[in-house]
Design a protein around this ligand. Structure first.
Ligand code: GRF
Length: 252
């Protein structure tokens, strides 16, 4: 039987913020209580993944779950356009592959509302952003607070946003990497779950560096997801504590 899953949100930054957070955390706990109870009975948590492209991170998570026999249900993959390659892998694994076309929605809010509806219908305990190239609205992020994770191809807080490999090379950094983090309203700013670094080598171009970082991504994203599923992550302010403690940084 899977252990009861819990995310604890605490805040050390003053009373009013604490109260607001506590209110939201309580609301969140109520919202997921029913699902947690059901999942406890069936012994399995559900993941819904959002992709826009090839979906190699999604594939790495699914393959690791299969190899390590995680008690998890991949409830669905949703892409924002039908050409996303990762949909093929999902179908090959019998995972529901859905498309919510962003172009068919008049506004970001309308698109996100449609996404929320689909994700909730699939019954997600955890929403994994894996190369999902849309900016999410605050309403979407609040809806999935504490159970929405992303991977970013840089060592945050360095190089948030796009074109991280080009920017790392331009800046002349000697170390680059990837970060898995909870998603909050600031772009690429949420509490960091784990990071992996890789060296920047002489002669690297954006493609060679991206390939090295991607290998690291495929190692840390499955690990971070497993920590979540095992109920080992606790958000404290802007930090993520892993319990029992082990390194959340990997030098690869
Ligand atoms: C990855 O580099 C990820 O860090 C970024 O988008 C890319 C997605 O790759 N957010 P894939 O679709 O998982 O292969």
């Amino acid at each position: 039987m899977t252990p009861v899953h819990a995310i604890e949100i605490t805040d050390a930054e003053g009373t009013s913020r604490s109260c607001r957070k506590l209110g939201r955390a309580t609301e969140y706990v109520h919202k997921i209580a029913f699902r947690v109870a059901i999942n406890y009975i069936v012994g399995m948590l559900s993941i819904v993944t959002l992709i826009s492209g090839r979906g190699s991170n999604f594939e790495a998570i699914v393959k690791t779950a299969q190899k390590e026999q995680w008690p998890v249900k991949f409830a669905g993959v949703i892409a924002n356009h039908s050409a996303a390659k990762g949909l093929d892998f999902a179908r090959s694994q019998g995972i529901p592959a859905l498309v919510v076309e962003h172009k068919e929605h008049a506004s970001r809010e309308a698109f996100d509302a449609a996404l929320i509806e689909q994700i909730d219908a699939l019954g997600a305990d955890l929403v994994v952003l894996a190369g999902f190239m849309r900016i999410l609205t605050p309403g979407f992020i609040r809806h999935f607070e504490g159970r929405l994770v992303n991977i970013h191809p840089a060592l945050l807080p360095a190089f948030p946003g796009l074109h991280t490999h080009e920017r790392a090379l331009e800046a002349g950094v000697k170390e680059h990497g990837a970060t898995v983090h909870f998603v909050t309203e600031g772009i690429d700013e949420g509490p960091i779950i784990c990071q992996a670094s890789v060296p920047v080598l002489n002669g690297d171009d954006p493609a060679t560096l991206a390939a090295r970082v991607l290998t690291a991504e495929h190692q840390i994203y499955p690990r971070a997801v497993k920590w979540f599923l095992d109920g080992r992550l606790r958000i404290e302010g802007n930090q993520v504590k892993l319990q029992p403690p082990e390194s959340q940084f990997f030098k690869l």
